[in-house]
Design a protein around this ligand. Structure first.
Ligand SMILES: [Zn+2]
Length: 267
């Protein structure tokens, strides 16, 4: 059975509808031809030279990334520049590149939901708008209950164990016993106000800056930096599993902790 890029685009748009993306984002098919037959897929968080070479070496002509390769407008495509080299290599080798970014963060099966699963959160949901908080950005976070009440150090160990990382930082306000949290995958410290307005006292995210901790202290929030990569990588495995379901009977092989591919010959 022939599977084309447009088939996969349709599947991806079911998983992560384009309209869920932020206005500033750039998602969807970035490079390629919807009519191409897919020979194999590399799934990764980022498009790097290694992603492109992994695709070439494994006969894959489709890259599915979370972070878009083309994000800001580009003025030229030069093979002697970092991004231009990847774009040139992709086009030369007939590699299609599709990115699902903030639309995948917001999706019901997306990055935040997969992070919540990894953290063993219960009753995971998008918080309901309150009189205090009417933000439209609410779809980019989730809230949930911890499997049991924990103090701050227990929560840190829990996150370390669940996400297989020992690079966790805590800051802001000490809040004692914790039974529920807000999560925002990737660079989500911008949600401190949302967290406080929603009466949550803990925000787990990544890429936290020094002054974010000060703001968290001011607003009475315990801010936890669990790392951009660690909070988003669960999605790569989940996307592989979701596509395995969709592409029943076809083999998907992992090639690297951050990369997965469906080998050549999706037949
Ligand atoms: Zn990210």
């Amino acid at each position: 059975m022939i599977v084309t890029v447009s088939d996969l685009m349709r599947e991806m748009e079911e998983i992560s509808p384009i309209e869920l993306a932020e206005d500033w984002d750039n998602v969807g098919l970035q490079i390629g031809n919807p009519e191409d037959e897919i020979k194999g897929i590399v799934i990764s968080l980022d498009v790097t030279p290694k992603t492109i070479s992994t695709a070439i070496e494994n006969g894959c002509n489709m890259v599915l990334s979370h972070h878009p390769l083309i994000f800001s407008p580009i003025n030229c495509i030069r093979a002697d520049e970092y991004k231009g080299m990847m774009i040139t290599e992709a086009i030369k080798n007939g590699i299609n590149i599709y990115s699902a970014h903030t639309n995948l963060d917001a999706s019901d099966v997306g990055v935040n939901v997969q992070l919540a699963k990894k953290l063993q959160l219960l009753n995971v949901k998008i918080p309901e708008k309150t009189a205090k908080e009417q933000s439209n950005e609410i779809r980019y976070v989730r809230v949930g209950e911890l499997p049991r009440a924990m103090d701050e150090l227990e929560l840190r160990s829990h996150i370390e164990e669940c996400l297989s990382t020992n690079d966790i930082r805590l800051g802001g306000r000490s809040v004692g016993n914790i039974d529920k949290v807000m999560i925002a995958c990737g660079s989500g410290a911008g949600n401190i106000e949302l967290c406080a307005n929603m009466d949550y006292s803990v925000l787990i995210t990544g890429d936290v800056k020094y002054h974010d901790y000060q703001r968290a202290e001011e607003l009475g929030v315990l801010l936890i930096d669990a790392g951009h990569f660690s909070t988003e990588i669960p999605m790569v495995q989940a996307l592989k599993d979701l596509l395995t379901e969709k592409y029943k009977g076809r083999i998907i092989i992992e090639s690297h902790p951050a990369f997965y591919y469906i080998p050549a010959g999706l037949k």
